[in-house]
Design a protein around this ligand. Structure first.
Ligand code: GCU
Length: 640
């Protein structure tokens, strides 16, 4: 824009004043008023490929070459220009042949002669030098595919931590950010009959603007940590399908087709075991929604009787198949209702980390069942908090099968850039990817939008927007967040006050509390703590715990880090919890010791957070029996 110097100054001044006025208006507007605005349509990924893990396809797990690239030489040259030949790891070239053909060719990589590793797996177990690496690693493998005419092909990833760039036969097919949710890139027409080469740039680096930020209390398991599959579907296929029981007991279905024949297409919902069929036709936008009375004989899913049905959604040549349980969850005053009946959540928290001395965060059905049966059968639990990020679909399917209720969350954790539009966009998309992947999982009853985030107006607006997105994507479940409470002391009495400004946006309050571990309170004082909230909502104590090194016993002195201290901490904290009238559940921190770079006590921790009720190799500590007995008695009292 041209203009004299004075005019330019005037324009700048006006812009500054306008920006200031807007900021003041926004800041002045109470967060609640901000929240009354209906959210813009929540974001959706380009392709959902619902139940892709059950679709027939080519499993591209197994042997991949890997090449470390800490200075991102494969991305940009020494002045920042795009990487040149001889540096582009993703290039569709056989380096040995290129070198033989041109003695002057200079390559400073060769994927085909780089070491091999078995995927999925994080890279911290590829090689001891990668134990604490948080940078870029290139992966590559070759595969044959016989693309069938008239069908569409997708490369589908269960997750890549933290960011991924995917190349097929030397061409970029897509990029994804977020280490814990699935993504799919269409490669129709780009596959060769033989010798395709897929390359993935997996980059674990995070920033103040990512979800999560760089500082967390868990290990960064960088890399391709979940399945990679080539999935083929008809030209028009069922991209999204959601089948659930409504709170008034009707069966509801939402389907979205993708493809040239998506509009005005006949679709059918089938539940063969119930002899149930519902026919419809998609609208101009390719979607169909319908409701019908629930079929007679439908058994509701619940812990102890996790009934799952084979469900089919047929549309033209495509049939999407899933295994779905039907139940309802709601809140009534200070209680959580499952299928209309009050339920107390006897839970425990878990990270996504398999039992064993060298976990690599590659969840298998066996490793998922090992953790979940330890919770269900060992602790008499009916609930698990899958912290602090969306766990593998293998885990949520296992929870469906084993009958455990689930709290699912995205890693909006601690110090997030709450005033960054890019960070909000990343969080909203991650939330959508999580919900749209798992909203057919009966086990999931709670979507959480944050963990221990410092209270501020931008933070509350940010989380309120996420809570509104949850309701837009899935009004059938409950919204929560793990909050911190205030502590007040009056007349020698300790009061724990829950008055976080986000609570009005939540269905269920949740608080992480560590009195007696992160405070100097004597454990004997804990039962005397009084919990207070002005909100008549259910409360979950979403975390409490104490470190203990398995095998460290000292019943006489009960020093910190001893199993004896941890067991007494649980006894006293549970006695405190029993006195909270609006308590609806517990998910103590945590089932299993887990890797955390923040925990470096040379005697007790050595890079492990020791709050587990079992050690990293599965050895039960004294506190395990304390919680198990507490839950057994609760279950007995509830006639379970
Ligand atoms: C916090 C946090 C956890 C952490 C735990 C601890 O509450 O949510 O991620 O591991 O405390 O201090 O052990």
């Amino acid at each position: 824009m041209n203009g004299t110097k004075g005019e330019k100054k005037m324009i700048t001044a006006i812009r500054t004043l306008l920006a200031l006025a807007a900021a003041l208006l926004l800041a002045a507007t109470p967060a609640a008023a901000q929240r009354d605005r209906p959210p813009a349509d929540p974001p959706r990924p380009a392709h959902i490929l619902a139940a892709a893990d059950l679709r027939p396809g080519l499993d591209l797990g197994g042997a991949w070459h890997w090449s470390i690239d800490p200075y991102r030489d494969g991305v940009a040259g020494f002045h920042g220009e795009p990487a040149g030949r001889g540096h582009r790891r993703f290039e569709d070239v056989v380096v040995a042949e290129a070198e033989a053909a041109d003695p002057h060719a200079l390559f400073e990589y060769d994927m085909a002669r780089s070491p091999l590793v078995d995927l999925p797996s994080s890279w911290i177990t590829h090689d001891p030098t990668l134990r604490h690496y948080d940078g870029l690693v290139w992966y590559q493998r070759r595969f044959d595919a016989a693309p069938r005419p008239g069908r569409r092909a997708f490369l589908r990833f269960g997750a890549v931590d933290y960011a991924a760039a995917v190349y097929l036969n030397g061409e970029l097919v897509g990029r994804h950010q977020g280490g814990f949710t699935p993504f799919a890139f269409e490669v129709t027409g780009r596959l060769r009959d033989g010798g395709n080469v897929v390359t993935v740039a997996a980059d674990a680096e995070r920033s103040a603007f990512t979800i999560p930020p760089p500082v967390t209390d868990w290990e960064t398991y960088g890399g391709i940590t979940r399945s990679v599959r080539l999935v083929e579907v008809p030209a028009t296929y069922v991209d999204d399908a959601w089948v659930r029981l409504t709170r008034d007991g009707r069966l509801a279905v939402t389907v979205r087709l993708d493809g040239a024949a998506a509009a005005g297409a006949p679709v059918r919902l089938l539940i063969p075991a119930l002899g149930f069929a519902l026919d419809g036709r998609t609208g101009a936008d390719g979607s169909w929604s319908a409701e019908a009375p629930a079929p007679t004989g439908l058994e509701r899913w619940q812990p102890g009787r996790p009934t799952l049905y084979d469900v089919e959604i047929a549309a033209g040549e495509d049939v999407l198949r899933d295994r779905i349980g039907f139940r309802t969850v709601s809140v009534e005053g200070e209680r959580i209702l499952l299928n209309g009946r009050p339920v107390f959540l006897r839970g425990v928290s878990l990270h996504e980390e398999e039992i064993g001395a060298e976990p690599t965060r590659a969840t298998t059905p066996a490793s998922a069942r090992a953790l979940l049966t330890e919770a269900r059968d060992g602790l008499h639990a009916n609930f698990v908090r899958l912290a602090h990020y969306p766990h593998s679909e293998v885990m949520t399917r296992a929870a469906d099968e084993l009958g455990l209720l689930v709290w699912s969350e995205i890693p909006v954790y601690w110090r997030i850039a709450f005033d960054s539009p890019e960070t909000l966009a990343a969080a909203r998309l991650m939330l959508a990817e999580n919900i749209l992947r798992d909203r057919n999982r009966a086990s999931i009853i709670l979507w959480s939008v944050g963990n221990e985030t410092p209270v501020s107006a931008p933070r509350t607006r940010f989380l309120a927007r996420l809570a509104a997105d949850v309701r837009a994507h899935d009004p059938s479940r409950l919204v929560t967040a793990a909050l911190l409470n205030r502590r007040e002391e009056r007349d020698g009495r300790v009061e724990m006050v829950i008055d976080d400004p986000l609570v009005p946006d939540l269905d269920v309050m949740a608080v992480n509390t560590y009195n007696g571990w992160y405070s100097r309170d004597p454990l004997s004082a804990l039962p005397g703590f009084v919990w207070r909230s002005d909100h008549a909502k259910p409360l979950i104590l979403s975390e409490f715990g104490a470190d203990a090194l398995a095998g460290f016993r000292d019943p006489g002195r009960m020093p910190r880090y001893s199993e004896d201290y941890q067991a007494e901490y649980y006894r006293q904290t549970l006695a405190m919890a029993d006195r909270i009238p609006f308590l609806a559940g517990l998910s103590p921190w945590i089932l299993k010791d887990f890797r955390s770079p923040r925990r470096q006590h040379p005697v007790y921790q050595r890079g492990w957070n020791r709050k587990g009720l079992i050690s990293e190799t599965g050895v039960r500590k004294l506190a395990f029996a304390v919680l198990a007995e507490h839950y057994r008695r609760r279950a007995q009292g509830e006639g379970e």
